[in-house]
Design a protein around this ligand. Structure first.
Ligand code: GTP
Ligand code: MG
Length: 223
């Protein structure tokens, strides 16, 4: 299956301890620039249009249904929420970008905050850009890619909600998306495919994240 990744028993054990252990926790919600964490540990984040499944993915990765607040209502996440895996690595859940159903001033403020966050902070090692498998890449996603190409932070695409489309439609989408990203520079070539609902593709994302930790890197082929 598209969602699968092959891991050794030792890697699997490491990932289970890291993501499903008791030491995963919420750190804080941040509503302005001054609140960004200034810690040396690697940080990764989940970005994407509203409702693509960012908060649900954090919950699925950590096996904790209520860690990040997910909801049917687009615009659920309204702050940058920091979570930590054992203090060694931080994960940030962002509000959706391009959300248009709130008052304009609020939308502008969120979008400004997200852009400030994404631009040039050295500890931010990878931006996972989530794309709803039913919708594919939109103009706003490509605008964000162009901005990230300028600042040079690596971003990687995660196709979410793969349970909502057929296997054939999914493999066509992966093919189409790989073509579409060829014109971008800082994009990671491997496209990840997940379903938080059906718990598919989670180890692929966990692996990418754990690769920022030296102990895991020693066990793995990390690119
Ligand atoms: P904002 O915070 O508003 O930007 O949204 P978000 O990207 O955090 O999305 P969220 O995780 O809140 O999920 C939005 C909706 O999609 C919820 O109703 C979830 O239950 C649903 N959803 C998320 N992931 C999946 C998935 O893998 N499969 C299916 N079928 N539904 C999903
Ligand atoms: Mg959210």
């Amino acid at each position: 299956m598209l969602q699968d990744i092959e891991l050794t028993a030792v890697q699997k054990d490491f990932l289970n301890k890291l993501f499903l252990g008791q030491r995963v926790s919420f750190v804080r919600g941040v509503a302005d620039y001054d609140g960004f964490l200034d810690t040396p540990q690697p940080e990764i984040c989940f970005a994407g249009r509203s409702n693509v499944g960012k908060s649900s993915l954090i919950n699925a990765l950590t096996g904790r249904s209520g860690l990040a607040r997910a909801s049917n209502t687009p615009g659920r996440t309204q702050e940058l929420n920091y979570f930590t895996l054992d203090g060694d690595l931080f994960m940030v859940d962002l509000p959706g970008y391009g959300f248009a159903e709130a008052p304009k001033a609020k939308v502008d403020a969120w979008n400004g905050l997200i852009r400030d966050y994404l631009r040039g902070r050295p500890q931010l090692r990878r931006i996972f850009i989530l794309i709803d498998s039913r919708h594919g890449l939109k103009k706003i996603d490509q605008e964000i890619f162009t901005m990230l190409d300028k600042v040079g932070v690596t971003y990687q695409i995660v196709l979410t909600k793969s349970d909502k489309i057929s296997d054939k439609a999914l493999s066509d989408l992966v093919e189409k998306t790989s073509q579409e990203i060829k014109k971008f520079i800082a994009v990671h070539p491997r496209i990840l495919v997940t379903s938080s609902e059906k718990k598919l593709g989670l180890d692929g994302v966990r692996h990418e994240i754990a690769c920022f930790m030296n102990d895991y890197k020693q066990l793995s082929d990390c690119e």
